[in-house]
Write a protein that binds this ligand. Sequence first.
Ligand code: 6GU
Length: 236
Amino acid sequence: MKLDIFTLFPEAFEWFLEQRPVRKAVEAGSEVNLRDYRDWTPIKGGRVDDAPYGGGAGMVIRVDVVDAALTGVYGAGERPRTVVLTPAGRQLDDALVSELSAEPAVAILSGRYEGFDHRVHEHLADDEVSIGPYVLAGGEIPAMVLAETVVRRLPGALGDPESPIEESFSEAMGGRPEYPHYTRPPEYRGWGVPEVLLSGDHERVRRWREQQSELRAGVRQGDSGGDSVASPDRHP
Ligand code: 6GU
């Protein structure tokens, strides 16, 4: 997979590129690149935005700037599947992550200000994606969220090859949240660990985890029951 993240603030992604799933995926042959719109802008002074037609507050990122950046990176030929980040987009979920991670290449367009000239959405992007029903100041955090969910699916991103299979909301979990995890010590301040996990009985552990996952799904849908284990007591 070749992932290009277009942004006005490449420096915001430094930590992100160094952390484990991204680093591992890159070591295993995937590519994650940051692309700065300003490197290709045809506007003098390195500008990328302008005042909105019709008036109003804020600045809008220009369509010619975004197009020039895409042409600068991909040439005149075919462009990869292009996602524009916008709070009004399709909400990111596990199905969309699967779809995108199966692509040979993806371009993520991240913006600031009032967003992009709408012709970016209409003519340059294939998908409009939001990371949830709330508004953030810019697309950098959404870009990292989207990129991390996709990169985690790529070969080599995770150390243990089983860990992406049984995680929350995955198909292997029937789209349900994951079961709870515990580790040493077995008792802390009187807070114990479910006995079954210490039993060494793999079949009982498997059944318990399945049940916990279903219970959490029920809790999430507003069902009663199971809350004592699904949401353990806070500090006394
Ligand atoms: Cl993709 N962008 C912004 N600015 N806010 C958001 C978002 C995206 N998704 C949720 N909130």
